[in-house]
Design a protein around this ligand. Structure first.
Ligand code: SAH
Length: 392
């Protein structure tokens, strides 16, 4: 099959030789006369092949590369089947299916497949096609997922503000619908998930590892879980024997999900939930009450222009956390903003700590779990970072 070509400017192939999957328009000498989302080949100024990617007519990133190769290859169904199987095989090595039935199967660039997310909830697969290129491939991908054993596939369109590009598809069940909610296990903890109405693909599966770490510290403790959403951290704390858990979220729907999950785990007598703004809640919270505070806000910096304001938000939040946690208590703090890297996040948390004048020590540096792999050539994929700290 012949592909249209993107020709790079002389000397602008460095980032591709380094396998960075994003090609920016500034490096391009000649754009192809291709449709939005079409698969194209990328060549140097000397006609050497560098790889294949999804062309975009809409983004500064004119091509997202899914294959680096100097030799032409067939991009047939077998090629895509192999890509999906590689991702699936890795997950089989990483996930203990006896205790965990929800995980990320495809993590975009982290699985050499830009513009696609696939999350598994028991027998349901939730797909997000974030660019036109992956949307155009959907008719090839659906049968492969079916062959892999996923009978229920839900295509979930992100809200337009979160999209990398405009895609046309609307949220829908692909083959047959599954009645919601579905119950899944995460490290042996039960959660009820509605993939149709829930945030993201239904659950924040990227906090699995961090919830387990919280569980290690939560026995007999009084825990505040802020930005609780469906209660992920709260359930782990309760199951680990926490004395009391408070969950706070500004969304009434989120708190209803949280309450449902608490009922499912059977520790409702040790849990209380609050529909409130976390900043307001923390301001009026008593100091010296919580042994552990979890701070897991939504991404404050959704794009690079928002970094300064986001930094202020993280600083205020962490300052409130530091000032309210008991002496000897723990803070679990996170940022899922891709535009705030872990060094910057640590500096922000440092300045929050310094203003409270308390002694703070880092016990663990936290990140995203293994099923959200970070392509070493694409550091932007490292989006979730966190710190576990003890506060004297
Ligand atoms: N920690 C959660 C995920 C958090 S997602 C988990 O493990 O599943 C972020 C949540 O913060 C969303 O549920 C959103 O409703 C809530 N939120 C956003 N801004 C808020 C605010 N200012 N106060 C309280 N909750 C807020």
């Amino acid at each position: 099959m012949e592909f249209k070509k993107i020709i790079l400017k002389s000397g602008r192939e460095r980032s591709l030789i380094n396998r960075h999957p994003w090609l920016f328009s500034g490096a391009v000498k000649q754009l192809p006369n291709a449709e939005n989302g079409e698969i194209v080949m990328i060549q140097t100024n000397h006609n050497e092949l560098l790889g294949y990617g999804f062309f975009s007519t809409q983004s500064q990133i004119v091509c997202r590369i899914f294959e680096f190769t100097s030799e032409p290859i067939a991009l047939d169904n077998a090629y895509w089947r192999q890509k999906l199987n590689n991702a699936f095989e890795l997950r089989k090595r990483l996930i203990d299916s006896n205790t965990t039935t929800c995980y990320r199967l495809l993590h975009a660039e982290g699985d050499f497949f830009p513009g696609i997310i696939a999350d598994v909830y028991a027998d349901v697969l939730v797909l997000q096609l974030l660019i036109k290129g992956t949307e155009r491939l959907s008719a090839i991908l659906y049968p492969i997922f079916k062959e892999m054993g996923f009978e229920y596939i839900y295509l979930k369109t992100k809200q337009s503000t979160q999209l990398l590009e405009q895609v046309e598809s609307v949220s829908t069940w692909v083959y047959q619908a599954k009645e919601m909610p579905v119950t899944v296990l995460e490290n042996g903890n039960k959660f009820s998930i509605n993939v149709e109405t829930g945030q993201k693909t239904g659950f924040f599966i990227d906090q699995r590892k961090n919830r387990q770490i919280l569980a290690n510290y939560a026995a007999q403790k009084t825990v505040l879980n802020t930005f609780s959403y469906s209660g992920g951290f709260s359930i782990y704390a309760l199951e680990a024997g926490a004395h009391l858990v408070h969950s706070v979220d500004s969304s009434k729907d989120a708190i209803s999900l949280c309450d449902e999950n608490v009922l499912l785990c059977g520790h409702a007598n040790k849990h209380e939930s609050f529909v409130a703004d976390v900043f307001d809640y923390l301001k009026q919270a008593p100091a010296d009450f919580y042994d552990i505070i979890v701070l897991d806000p939504p991404a404050f910096a959704k794009h690079s222009r928002a970094v300064d304001n986001a930094a202020k938000g993280y600083k205020n939040l962490n300052k409130l956390g530091f000032s309210k946690v008991k002496a000897g208590g723990l803070i679990f703090t996170y940022s899922c903003s891709q535009h705030i890297d872990k060094d910057l996040f640590r500096k922000i948390v440092f300045s929050a700590a310094a203003e409270t004048g308390r002694n703070v020590r880092i016990l663990e540096q936290l990140s995203q779990p293994e099923d959200h792999p970070i392509n070493i050539y694409h550091p932007e994929g490292e989006y979730l970072k966190g710190l576990l700290m003890v506060v004297d």
